[in-house]
Design a protein around this ligand. Structure first.
Ligand SMILES: [Zn+2]
Length: 197
């Protein structure tokens, strides 16, 4: 019985130490045409693909990643389970500017539902959401965030008016050459990647 337990323990530790993804395979997944500009923009900031917490910590220590405030004028950060509240500086500034503009136009706030994800986070996410991408995304470089379009003012419902206002702001920043965005219906959010403007 004891031996069985030890074998089990050994098996478990070996299993646990193995990565849940294979970087080569992950990098080989071709992004769709819609996401290609997002990926290229994110890779422009000189951040290597984030594999684990250690990598994120390294960029925080270097001052390359800054913390996203839980609450700022025009936006709130949702409790994050599969991502981390850090972004490259330019992305944080852009998010804050967008929030400010949104508050001015609407007196409401939008909710940020996802920020920076490591490849390990992505594995965990895939276990609960089979739609989560197999390949890499701009979230893996600290330059992207998701804005929910069903949680304005923390109210879980469709709000066509506020959604239109948000889209106007996204369009405005897109035309300035500062962001790329795409509406993700499955996640009920706008996926926003900040460009190195
Ligand atoms: Zn996204």
């Amino acid at each position: 019985m004891r031996l069985l337990f030890l074998v089990f323990l050994l098996f478990f530790s070996v299993f646990k130490s193995q990565k849940c993804y294979d970087l080569k395979t992950v990098l080989k997944v071709e992004p769709t045409e819609l996401y290609k500009p997002h990926l290229l923009a994110a890779q422009n900031f000189g951040v290597n693909i984030l594999e684990s917490t250690k990598a994120v910590d390294k960029y925080i220590a270097k001052g390359k990643f800054v913390k996203v405030k839980k609450k700022s004028r025009g936006y709130r950060l949702q409790t994050l389970e599969y991502s981390r509240p850090y972004l490259v500086k330019k992305a944080r500034t852009t998010l804050e500017n967008m929030g400010n503009k949104f508050a001015t136009e609407t007196k409401s706030f939008f909710v940020v539902s996802s920020v920076t994800r490591t490849l390990e986070d992505q594995c965990r996410l895939r276990k609960v959401n089979s739609n989560a991408s197999l390949g890499i995304s701009s979230h893996n470089y600290g330059a992207a965030f998701d804005i929910s379009y069903v949680r304005f003012d923390h109210k879980l419902k469709v709000n066509t008016k506020l959604e239109k206002e948000l889209e106007k702001i996204l369009e405005y920043y897109k035309n300035l050459g500062r962001i790329f965005y795409v509406k993700e219906k499955q996640q009920s959010c706008y996926h926003v990647t900040v460009r190195k403007y």
